[in-house]
Design a protein around this ligand. Sequence first.
Ligand code: KG4
Ligand code: ZN
Length: 365
Amino acid sequence: MIQNTGYRILAIDTSCDETSVAVTESTKVISNVIWSQASLHAKWGGVVPSLAKREHEERIDWVINKALGTRHKALVGIDAVAVTVGPGLAIALEVGINKAKGICKNNNLPFIPVNHIEGHLLSPLATSKNSLHTIHQSQITFPTLGIVTSGGHTEIIFIKNIGDYKIIAQTADDALGESLDKAARLLGFGYPGGEILEKIAKEGGSDIYDLPIPMLGREKEMYFSYSGLKTALVRLINTLDEKGKELSKKDIANLAASYQNVAFIHFIRMLDYILKVNNYNVKTILAGGGVMANVTLRKIIRKTAQKYNIKILFPFSKKLYGDNAAMIGIAANYKYERGEIIKPEDLDKIDRIPRAKVDKPFVWE
Ligand code: KG4
Ligand code: ZN
């Protein structure tokens, strides 16, 4: 069972193209400020690391002050500073890490390095600042299954306990969000495309175009593969082009709906396989990450969980799906409880870990 001991944490995430800072207390989100750089990167069709770094540097102090509110002068009541050290873009991660180190040194506060995927994984535990209790205290029994679907990751994770993870299925190539983004770009929707693809797919029929379901019948191999689906879409668009067919709005919506449908079927077939076998004897699922904001995906995941009588928890607000620092603060709370903190005098060894894995401890030389 989860206890609410209530560390107040200033959390920072600069892992990709959002500059985010939050204040959390145990699992409560006191503030969660997100400065999105999406429009800056849109014209390049994806995140440009050097631009991301510069924007993080320019924005971070403003975002920190906004998250701290009136407390900012003396960091009133803050017990520790947490920051994402990986996975993510190296030069972007560095901005948050250096800022967190500076605050810890100047204020003699403990530093908590957090894995970004652990943040997404625990984001369903977040509670609103007005809630009287952590609803999850009575709702979660471990072991639990975790699902993270984001722009860079598609992972199903066995959670033996908070802090004790094993990735049991992951992608061999593109992540689900990346795959939706690529399809959106091919269909002319711009970047990032997952959300707009969802909107346009609602206007189309998901069974109009025949796209191949990846890894069909091979779910027991336990990995996702999305790159072939994107290639199939490229081929389909080319074939329609060769026929001299001008794609109408309706055609585009049908393509979007068909693509999204197959991408989700692939995901759900794997989840169904894992729950059917249920080697891990889980009774609850925690699901987070940017792509979970998709209503259709949540609906089919919920249905699959219900089929096996498994409870599922999603984050309570839209802000907690995509990249945000509150989820980092929540993961850090449990790390603090376990004593996984770095003292100010040991900070020099801490560095970014761009390819950090959620089931491997951080290692610094
Ligand atoms: O978690 P996130 O903000 O960043 C990473 O850690 O990668 O996830 C971003 C991904 C992008 O691929 C974006 O297109 C996708 O989440 N996404 C969505 C939706 N909203 C964001 N995908 C499908 N439907 C949505 N509504
Ligand atoms: Zn993320």
